[in-house]
Design a protein around this ligand. Structure first.
Ligand SMILES: NC(=O)c1ccc[n+]([C@@H]2O[C@H](COP(=O)([O-])OP(=O)(O)OC[C@H]3O[C@@H](n4cnc5c(N)ncnc54)[C@H](OP(=O)(O)O)[C@@H]3O)[C@@H](O)[C@H]2O)c1
Length: 331
């Protein structure tokens, strides 16, 4: 039998376990041109909160009764397409379930001989690729500039900061709590870090970036973005990658410092990673190279068992993860 997590109801505000339902079904049979995959790892990502909502967004939402969306890494069990054979390790979009049938064109073979297969959901997957293109194509960091990134210990933020160091920037992270801040500075090698939970956000930011900020990579929004607008230099850039502090909110945050965009001629651009889908290979090659020569460090946060995936997503949206959030399946 297959196990799946379905959307049970659309949440209003914070998500809860009642928004999900565990279901069992027969394992489907692949038709010609399809493969049956046993999922080993499920990625949990902040965008999933948006897909649970009825509000219109850049991608279609999940309907009540449908399997929750998500990327997985797993192994081909049965193939009816010549490009795949049983035992192949693959990246899929089969969602929150133990097994699933996918069209061969929507399954990607991965090379798990040099890195763990789960890395293709994190540093060599969607979050790493987001960091790569967001920073390089929108942020345009130059040697000697100051780069700030929020959610700095997370899947995207940790890669952004380390790529910023490689580009020769002075890098400052913003993260919640001592353990994450210590990790960002001591293990990832950022030049400074601001703990936004310490209660002195504006003053601590001012002290951390005395000359102002050239590139700000935004993952969080709300109060942190408002505080950062006051720190931006003339002709600086802001990459709006995510606004996680607002995902569970019922009202949008009221920004107060838009004037800084005008006065400082800030270039502020939103990004969605799939605008670069034809160039993902370029990012994966670059990231894999830095990973291999030790210039990129990476950390995972693992929850065991499909039935615990709802708890994992609820925690991710509150900052309970420490590193890329994954669910280990089949345990
Ligand atoms: N645009 C795109 O294509 C794209 C692609 C991937 C990800 N993203 C966005 O990038 C951001 C980071 O995603 P990720 O996958 O790397 O997640 P992550 O950073 O690994 O995990 C989320 C982190 O966000 C922080 N957070 C949660 N609630 C917060 C709040 N209310 N205020 C401040 N910080 C909060 C927490 O860190 P602290 O404990 O440090 O607060 C938490 O650990 C998200 O906004 C996501 O939507 C965008």
């Amino acid at each position: 039998m297959n196990k799946q997590v379905l959307l049970a109801s659309h949440p209003e505000g914070e998500i809860s376990p009642e928004n999900f339902r565990l279901a069992e079904s027969e394992v489907a049979k692949p038709a010609p041109g399809e493969v049956l995959v046993r999922n080993e790892w499920l990625s949990l990502d902040p965008y999933m909160r948006g897909r649970m909502s009825k509000a219109k967004s850049y991608a279609k939402g999940v309907e009540v009764g449908e399997v929750m969306v998500g990327q997985t890494v797993g192994e081909v069990v049965e193939s009816r397409d010549e490009a795949f054979k049983p035992g192949d390790k693959v990246l899929t979009s089969l969602g929150w379930q133990l097994m699933g049938v996918a069209k061969a064109a929507e399954v990607h073979k991965i090379d798990a001989s040099r890195v763990p297969a789960s890395y293709y959901l994190g540093i060599l997957g969607m979050p790493g690729i987001t960091a790569w293109f967001g920073l390089h194509e929108i942020g345009l960091p130059k040697e000697g500039e100051t780069l700030v990134v929020s959610a700095a210990s997370g899947a995207v933020g940790s890669v952004v900061g380390q790529l910023g160091k490689i580009a020769g920037c002075r890098v400052v992270g913003i993260a919640g709590g001592k353990a994450k801040c210590d990790y960002v500075r001591d293990a990832l090698g950022f030049d400074a870090v601001v703990d936004y939970k310490a209660g002195n956000l504006e003053a601590d930011l001012r002290a951390a970036v005395p000359k102002g900020v050239d590139v700000y990579f935004e993952n969080v929004g709300g109060e942190i973005l408002d505080a950062m607008l006051a720190r931006m230099r003339v002709f600086s850039r802001i990459i709006v990658c995510g606004l996680i502090s607002e995902y569970n909110a019922t009202e949008p945050y009221g920004y107060k410092r838009l004037r800084s965009v005008l006065v400082n001629r800030i270039k502020m651009q939103g990004m969605i990673v799939f605008d670069w889908k034809d160039r993902y290979g370029e990012a994966i090659k670059g990231l894999a190279g830095y990973l291999a020569d030790g210039r990129l460090k990476y950390r995972e946060s693992v929850i065991e068992g499909l039935e615990n995936a709802p708890r994992g997503l609820i925690g991710l949206l509150k900052g309970e993860n420490f590193g890329k959030q994954l669910v280990k399946l089949g345990v």
